[in-house]
Design a protein around this ligand. Structure first.
Ligand code: CTP
Length: 471
């Protein structure tokens, strides 16, 4: 039976099996038997062949399984990815695999499929429904692991390329990304790779390794060896907070405000500000990814609904307050909206007309309710943790500390919204987390990162706080 299978395999697969068997000091049949035995013992019955994966959308993941998308790029360390799949599956993670073209030169889709329990995905354009296929691959997971991550893949990621399935999925994802770099020491030390690494870290990507030691190429040693599979598993578990099944905010309700408010002057005009809502939406997404049940109360923005999040769309500050009160009780309130401080005292029922005198109408303003301060001061329905934002153009920390005290919240995320800071409407944010600590305030300054990065760091910090492991 074994020889029959080997005879029917394509020549290139046979050749790679031969090499693999030789490298492991086994006969080809022993090698195949081992691969099949491992696959059969651990994998649910695979109903499709590797080539059948082409033209298929990602199958939906089991409701309770933590889904990992493993991207294997083309390096000699790819052989260790087989063991990585095995180790992850031992721990009951569902593993779906994308292989780059170069990866298939080092390990076969058949071996990968046997171990992961489903055929790997290999080609962007062979997917009949690739328009949704790679997006679903990118979204339908709890974590993306790239192992090995070659210098080339890191360069593509750092520059936002999307010319194959792996890079398209990496660009389209909202999931956390763990990279296990593996390359020749000179390539790792090269300024270009280090520059790309810096960019990726600033984007919120996490790395494990590379380690120092002997390289697969004879006579080469230095930093560049891929981290061992068990080290990668440990990094995965850390990222997923494995003790809580990867969902450390499961069972928690988080209410978030986002975007600007529009305060009507008359039926066609309003007072507004430049908030895009991006930061609040990113927080809602990140909180939902960690298992929280999220209510997002959003002012008028151009962003679409966040999947899996209860959306409440409002216009004015008063509507926003009403919606927040209606969404309580909650474990956490995060107030990222740029609420208009004032509204007109008398909203015109009809459009205001020029009266011909050349004098503009006098707009009398009254102060809006302060949603953050109102919720912070609630007696019964106050969330356990109330987090405000402080948009400042100068003396950022000093003003934010004063705001923390004045509003009565627990944390303030302070950001510089001066034109130079670029936070307003932009994609990046440099923030300081200020927390009330007795009579003092504690300040943590986070590195400049994307709004997604800030969101993920914030919700991870909230999870730690709520689960009682605060450092
Ligand atoms: N906030 C609120 N309701 C308001 C005004 C602000 O909930 N009417 C919240 C914001 O969502 C943010 C925090 O209060 O979490 C601080 O907002 P910011 O605009 O920085 O401060 P202001 O209170 O408006 O103070 P100032 O304009 O004087 O800086």
């Amino acid at each position: 039976m074994g020889s029959l299978t080997v005879r029917n395999l394509p020549e290139d697969v046979k050749k790679r099996l031969r090499l693999r068997a030789a490298a492991n000091g086994r006969s080809m049949e022993e090698e195949i038997r081992l691969l099949l035995a491992e696959g059969a013992a651990e994998a649910p019955v695979a109903t499709k062949t590797a080539s059948a994966a082409k033209g298929e959308k990602a199958p939906p993941k089991a409701a309770d399984a933590t889904q990992i998308l493993l991207i294997i790029s083309g390096g000699i360390a790819a052989y260790k990815s087989l063991d990585l799949i095995r180790r992850l599956r031992e721990r009951r993670y569902a593993v779906r695999v994308v292989m780059t073209k170069a990866a298939q030169e080092f390990v076969t889709p058949m071996a990968v499929g046997a171990l992961s329990g489903e055929p790997p995905f290999t080609d962007l354009f062979d997917q009949r429904e690739f328009d949704v296929g790679h997006i679903r691959l990118a979204r339908d997971n709890d974590l993306i692991v790239v192992a090995p991550a070659t210098a080339d893949l890191m360069a593509k990621m750092a520059n936002g390329h999307a010319d194959d399935l792996a890079t398209a999925a990496l660009l389209a994802t909202n999931s956390r990304i763990l990279l296990a770099p593996a390359m020749n020491p000179a390539m790792w030390a090269n300024k270009a790779t280090q520059r790309n690494l810096k960019t990726l870290l600033a984007d919120g990507v996490v790395t494990v390794g590379p380690n120092r030691g002997e390289m697969a190429e004879s006579g080469e040693a230095g930093t560049g060896r891929m981290a061992e599979p068990l080290e990668i598993v440990a990094a995965v578990e850390k990222l997923l907070c494995a003790t809580t099944g990867g969902k450390p905010l499961a069972g928690r309700h988080i209410v978030i405000t986002a975007g600007p408010t529009h305060e009507p002057i008359d039926p066609v005009r309003y007072i507004a500000n430049r908030s895009s809502g991006k930061q609040g939406y990113a927080i809602a997404r990140a909180a939902a990814e960690l298992g929280a049940s999220v209510t997002l109360v959003s002012g008028p923005v151009t962003l679409g609904d966040v999947p899996g999040v209860k959306m409440v769309r409002v216009e004015s500050a008063r509507d926003m307050l009403k919606a927040v009160e209606g969404a309580l009780p909650a474990d956490v309130g995060i107030f990222a909206a740029a609420v208009a401080d004032w509204r007109t005292a008398n909203e015109g029922e009809q459009k205001l007309k020029k009266d011909g005198s050349g004098q503009p109408p006098a707009l009398a303003l009254v102060e809006n309710p302060d949603i953050l301060a109102t919720v912070s001061k609630l007696k019964w329905k106050r969330p356990t943790l109330v987090v405000g934002f402080a948009a400042e153009t100068e003396k950022v920390i000093e003003h934010a500390k004063a705001k923390l005290k004045r509003k009565g919240c627990d944390w303030i995320v302070a950001n510089d919204v001066s034109a130079e800071g670029g936070a307003m409407g932009g994609d990046d944010n440099a923030v300081h987390l200020i927390s009330a600590s007795g009579t003092q305030a504690k300040v943590e300054s986070w590195p400049t990162q994307t709004k997604d990065g800030v969101a993920r760091q914030l919700v991870a910090r909230i999870a730690t706080e709520l689960n009682g492991n605060a450092k």
